[in-house]
Ligand binder design. Structure first.
Ligand code: SF4
Length: 527
């Protein structure tokens, strides 16, 4: 039996995956029994290459995916376990990964996760200690052999895991400041260790082709890309259209079409199955490495979709791609449209405004000036601050007057939460602790809708705002140059200024690593 890694390594294979949504309750519960029956059918179906099991999908508490996955794995089917950062901190995630490794699960889909929407006796407190890139980096380090605890003065390297690490991406976004940061983050996910990519649910073939073109043109040609096909129904179309599922868009035009079809005698069933089959054909035609079927709850539905797709002629997908183009009015595209096919034209980027003055505030301009004159390495103020903090009574806090100035100024200007490991210079002087619901330090999550955070009360996403600020300065390409960042929670409540000057925060460590690389190059050249 081939593993998922082996299947992904064979470019001639077109893979079929199915999503199994976990349920609330134990394995003996009615819903779990239904899920197990479905899983048994999937195990027996040779056309299904792997089964993906969700982790508290939609931010709801559910049975741990490992429990549903164990009988599937032992029956010989490949399983991908979803692992998200919303309910576990980095230690919990590492612990979960060791458990998966020990139980024989070698495939993980690493995601930030949806913001919790439910919980026993009230809403659960979200964790988001790290994000998808932090998790991918952690799993990659485990694959390379994580440094363990010291024993008898020696650091013992832990055994290497063999995870196939998957990641999710989305480009079904409205605004330039959403689409481009998503592409930049995708590159960072692959650089951090993601070995295969699944795209978000979407119904626009031009955007789908654009993703393939972008990956081909930006060093990700060999990274297997799996297309998301969601079997719609009338009810689900309403949910998606109302924006009830973060990051999933059903445009007005598609919603109206689905409503019309939904009024037929079979409530649109045949139409929805054919739509899914056409999407499978489009992904195959565009060179995706397989499809990920969601919204399906029975094997006959899957067999029907795959059967319809088999009945198409080899070039039919081109016509389907023209039909299934449900973008949002005014949506941004990275590439121009190829007039002949209606798909992305990879040799021409779409025209876009040269600059942006949106979100460029006086605070931003002052912050830039303060950073270059006071905090950048080598400035007179930074040299003085380093000495003052080093010789203060408590070097974690620095001199009391300086600490008071830091606390007041940053609270007023940025609503600082005193995390001590400051990301302001990474995010165009926007604080991820106070202005991002998921504390995202490595780029946007996939949950924005028309540029706004999926969580009420947060307004425009900080990464959209950061992108527009950098675009104003002509530096938008550098938005994610700082990635990956994993925040040191041990610095919470200490002075971020002292931590920067005394080399304890992530920014100073990165600068030190850069300096070490630069100085070691001539040494290497001498040898
Ligand atoms: S120190 Fe932390 S909480 Fe304060 S502004 Fe910087 S990132 Fe935000």
């Amino acid at each position: 039996m081939l593993t998922l890694r082996e299947k992904l390594a064979d470019p001639t294979r077109f893979l079929v995956a199915t999503e199994l949504v976990s349920v609330r309750g134990s394995m003996a519960g009615v819903n779990a029994i239904k899920a197990r029956d479905f899983a048994n059918d999937l195990v027996a179906c040779p056309e299904i290459d792997w089964i993906s099991i969700t982790d508290n999908a939609g931010g709801n508490p559910q049975l741990a995916p490992l429990v549903l996955g164990r009988p599937i794995l032992y029956a010989g089917k490949e399983v991908v376990i979803h692992l998200t950062c919303k309910d576990l901190n980095r230690n919990g995630l590492e612990s979960e990964a060791w458990m998966l490794n020990s139980e024989g699960f070698n495939n993980i889909l690493a995601m930030t996760g949806d913001y919790p929407v439910a919980g026993n006796d009230g809403l659960a407190r979200p964790v988001f200690d790290i994000d998808s890139i932090g998790l991918i980096s952690l799993l990659q380090k485990m694959n390379l052999g994580l440094g363990g605890a010291e024993t008898n003065g020696k650091r013992v390297q832990l055994e290497k895991t063999q995870f196939s690490i998957g990641a999710v991406t989305t480009n079904f976004k409205l605004r330039e400041g959403e689409v481009i940061p998503q592409y930049q983050k995708l590159r960072k996910k692959v650089e951090s260790g993601a070995q295969f990519i699944i795209n978000q649910i979407g119904f626009d073939s031009r955007k789908i082709s654009e993703l393939r073109c972008y990956m081909d043109a930006h060093g990700m040609k060999e990274t297997p890309l799996i297309g998301n096909v969601y079997l719609l129904s009338r009810r689900v179309t309403d949910l998606f259209h109302e924006g009830r599922i973060p990051g999933v868009v059903v445009s007005k035009a598609l919603w109206e079409l689905c409503r019309t079809q939904g009024e037929s005698a079979d409530r649109g069933k045949a139409f929805f199955l054919e739509l899914a089959a056409k999407q499978v054909a489009i992904y195959r035609g565009l060179g995706f490495r397989g499809v990920y079927l969601g919204g399906v709850h029975s094997l006959p539905a899957i067999e029907r979709i795959l059967g319809i797709e088999r009945s198409f002629a080899p070039d039919d997908w081109k016509q389907f791609a023209r039909e299934i183009r449900f973008s949002q009015p005014g949506e941004f595209f990275y590439y121009s449209e190829d007039a002949a096919t209606g798909l992305a034209n990879p040799i021409e980027e779409s025209p876009r405004p040269k600059t942006s003055s949106k979100h460029v505030t006086a605070v931003y301009q002052i912050s830039k000036l303060a950073h270059t004159t006071m905090f950048a390495p080598g400035t007179a103020f930074a040299r003085w601050g380093t000495k003052a903090c080093a010789h203060s009574k408590n070097p974690m806090q620095g001199p009391a007057p300086l600490r008071a100035l830091e606390e007041v100024s940053k609270a007023v200007l940025y609503r600082c939460k005193d995390c001590g490991d400051c990301s302001l210079p990474d995010i165009a002087y926007l604080c991820p602790e106070s202005q991002c619901a998921k504390n995202q330090r490595n780029g946007p999550c996939g949950g924005t809708r028309e540029g706004r955070c999926e969580v009420d009360g947060y307004g425009d996403c900080i990464w959209l705002r950061a992108y527009e600020r950098l675009k104003h300065d002509g530096h938008e390409e550098k938005l994610l140059d700082h990635v990956p960042v994993v925040q040191n929670q041990g610095l919470r409540g200490t002075s971020a200024w002292a931590n920067l000057w005394l080399g304890r925060d992530h920014n100073s460590k990165r600068e030190a690593a850069k300096a070490e690389t630069t100085t070691s190059i001539p040494e290497l050249q001498k040898q």
